[in-house]
Design a protein around this ligand. Structure first.
Ligand code: NAD
Ligand code: DAU
Length: 353
């Protein structure tokens, strides 16, 4: 079996669902259930004996050690993190606690477990660390995309904490020989995406008749990847990636924020037209994010060349699927919006115009 951390969040839950849909290998899913963790994401696995959910913090060494000893996983896929840049600006401490200290604590537990394994299992073991393109910093309009050798230059407390965790993972391979794999992925979107992030926030606000907040002039660029493509890439890296290597994952899909929001509005105009006017009428430019990175773009040629992975979805097909998922899953959104989310929206968006 494999052990996944953060498997109740957006990408982790998509990964666990995809894994069990295509594979019979069991999953232990360790998640702290922060505001971003949601057991509803995993409700279809309620009676699936291949899925064992454990409510715990990656910093809880006793629980992590017990799970490793009891279940003897052949691999760890580490998603658990604080993931929202704006939250890291308001409160960086949680990002250090989970992304840095938590990854360190997990690595220490895994190191002890791995060192005691018999030789064949030791050689086959993998620790896959899921990271982000934000560790590379920000690109100018004409810069080439980030490669695996682009120097780290994180700009937000979130990306700095992820960079620190990447460095720890690298050091555990270099120093102890732990068979690690690191993936640095661009912006994901798709089903189960928490509506604090741009795409689900815009879909949710548009449908509720609320403002669609665009930070600054909306000219910032992100490289969007449909979440199931990210999950497929992680599976390929886990299967055939070379220990100690890092792999960039991206969609070859650079869009300005304004372009993304316009496309969502146009698709909603088609799929769920308003009585009057267009969803574009709800767009509002608001105060910019402090230290806002201008552009991210991933050069994903290494994973394509070495592991044969390429994204299956275009932005148009992926976004259509995403919007259709939100239109068909109001109960999921309502449950999310009724919780801690309200406090966040007040903190982040009040007095922003
Ligand atoms: P998310 O915020 O939706 O989910 C994070 C999950 O981790 C939640 O279920 C949460 O409960 C859990 N968690 C948080 N702290 C924990 C702790 N201390 N112990 C155990 N569980 C904890 O995040 P996501 O968007 O699914 O991102 C998953 C991973 O992928 C993160 O490491 C993130 O840095 C990385 N990533 C995300 C994107 C993206 O666009 N969302 C892109 C590239 C990389
Ligand atoms: O690049 C990968 C990263 O992508 C991941 O590592 C992060 O976990 C993930 O959150 C994401 O970070 P971003 O900051 O790029 O994503 P977010 O959806 O928060 O914002 C996307 C862009 O949209 C960014 O330029 C900020 C802008 N934005 C965002 C929000 C929430 C707005 O203009 N208005 C908004 O209300």
């Amino acid at each position: 079996m494999i052990l996944v951390t953060g498997g109740a969040g957006f990408i982790g839950a998509n990964f666990v669902l995809n894994w069990l849909a295509t594979n019979n290998e069991a999953v232990i899913n360790l998640d702290k259930l922060t505001y971003a963790g949601n057991l509803n994401n995993l409700s279809s696995l309620k009676d699936d004996t291949r899925h064992l959910f454990v409510h715990a913090d990656i910093n809880d060494k006793a629980t992590v050690n017990r799970l490793l000893q009891e279940h003897q996983p052949r691999a760890i896929v580490h998603f658990a993190a604080e993931s929202h840049v704006d939250r890291s600006i308001h409160g960086p401490a949680a990002f250090i606690e989970t992304n840095v200290n938590g990854t360190f604590s997990l690595l220490e537990s895994v190191r002890s477990y791995w060192q005691a394994l018999p030789d064949a299992e030791k050689a086959a073991f993998r620790f896959l660390h899921v990271s982000t393109d934000e560790v590379y910093g920000s690109l100018e309009a004409n810069d080439p995309p980030f490669t695996e050798t682009t120097p780290y230059a994180p700009n937000s407390p979130y990306s700095a904490s992820k960079a620190a965790s990447d460095h720890l993972v690298r050091a555990y391979h270099h120093t102890y020989g732990l068979p690690t794999l690191t993936t640095n992925c661009s912006n994901n979107y798709g089903p189960l995406h928490f509506p604090e992030k741009l795409i689900p926030l815009v879909i949710t606000n548009a449908r509720a008749g609320k403002d669609l907040p665009i930070y600054g002039d909306g000219s910032q660029v992100r490289d969007w990847l449909y979440v199931s493509d990210h999950c497929a890439a992680i599976r390929r890296v886990l299967e055939s990636g070379r220990p100690g290597e890092t792999y960039n994952i991206g969609g070859w899909n650079e869009k300005t924020n304004l372009n993304v929001v316009h496309t969502i509005c146009d698709l909603l105009d088609e799929l769920q037209p308003k009585a009057n006017g267009s969803y574009r009428d709800q767009i509002r430019h608001v105060k910019d994010r402090p230290g806002h990175d201008k552009r991210y773009a991933i050069d994903a040629r290494k994973i394509e060349r070495e592991l044969g992975w390429k994204p299956a979805e275009s932005f148009e097909t992926g976004l259509r699927k995403t919007i259709s998922w939100y239109l068909a899953n109001d109960a999921w959104t309502e449950q999310v919006l009724s919780g801690e989310y309200k406090n966040w929206v007040n903190l982040q968006y009040q007095n922003q115009a």
